[in-house]
Design a protein around this ligand. Structure first.
Ligand code: DGL
Length: 274
């Protein structure tokens, strides 16, 4: 599983709780976060380089792209290039969102890259059509530049976060949404502020649990589920190990006892992009 930094730990928590026997390898590309403002082709290059590390070098049997921006940029090309199942967070999140809404007025927030890619707009339309949603679905999609940077600095519930959230989320409040999908894996850490701003009656949906269920389904279907404990999780960062361990433990919990560091050779990302 990988993310640009700490955000994917929301998905890691759900996976570890649901499938404690599986051996999780988590890579946070903290040296290159945030992914959101980068070109999608550049993020796709990072995603393929990380997949190479996790699948080819470390033998992962399934890859979870625990980052919406990377999933928007590279899910299809990763599926084409690697011969293990590759799961993203966008479809599981959308399916939770459409289950949660009563009025059909829904929102999604994500990075500039994710929202600009149109991946959520397409996934909501496709899922609503496939599941024959009982009401017309009206989606308000908003990018929230700055949220990821607060989380990566360990800042969650300050006046600064609140002021930014009030400005960025105003259109969601105006659209009278009844459910809001946190379409960036970092955002659950800002849930309290987001909920205060959009109104406590709005259901906040995160893709973490639904992604863990999707993983379990794939493992069982393909006969890949571990039948005994495979050992403790491994955490890898491309940035500073001490700060990754410290903030990571606060966010994930005591299982993050230590992290290892890897660095990328030069700036050769080894993938031409899309
Ligand atoms: N957690 C990543 C996501 O879900 C954040 C991307 C970033 O680094 O900007 O999109």
């Amino acid at each position: 599983m990988f993310d640009s930094g700490f955000g994917g730990l929301t998905v890691a928590r759900a996976v570890m709780d649901l499938m404690p026997h599986e051996e999780l390898i988590y890579l946070g590309d903290t040296a290159r976060y945030p992914y959101g403002p980068r070109k999608l082709s550049e993020v796709a290059g990072f995603a393929h380089q990380i997949a190479e590390e996790l699948i080819t070098k470390r033998g992962a049997k399934v890859l979870i792209v625990a980052c919406n921006t990377a999933a928007a940029a590279a899910l299809e090309s990763l599926r084409a290039d690697f011969d293990v199942p590759v799961l993203g967070v966008i479809e599981p999140g959308v399916s939770s969102l459409l289950k949660a809404t009563n009025t059909g007025h829904v929102g999604v927030i994500g990075t500039v890259g994710t929202i600009g890619s149109g991946a959520y707009q397409r996934a909501v339309a496709a899922t609503a059509a496939r599941t024959h949603a009982d009401h017309h679905v009206e989606l308000t999609a908003l990018s929230c530049p700055g949220f990821v940077e607060f989380v990566e600095r360990g800042v969650f519930d300050t006046e600064q976060v609140r002021v930014l959230a009030e400005r960025l989320l105003a259109p969601a409040v105006e659209s009278k949404i009844d459910s809001l999908l946190l379409g960036c894996t970092h955002y659950p850490y800002l849930a309290r502020t987001i909920s205060d701003v959009v109104g406590h009656e709005v259901v906040l949906v995160s893709s973490a649990d639904e992604t863990a269920f999707a993983l379990q389904e794939v493992l069982v279907e393909l006969g890949l589920a571990a039948d005994s404990n495979q050992g403790s999780p491994t955490f890898i960062t491309t940035g500073d190990v001490n700060s990754f361990e410290e903030l990571g433990r606060t966010l994930l919990g005591p299982e993050l006892t230590s992290a290892e560091q890897i660095t990328w050779p030069g700036d050769d990302i080894g993938y031409p992009g899309i």
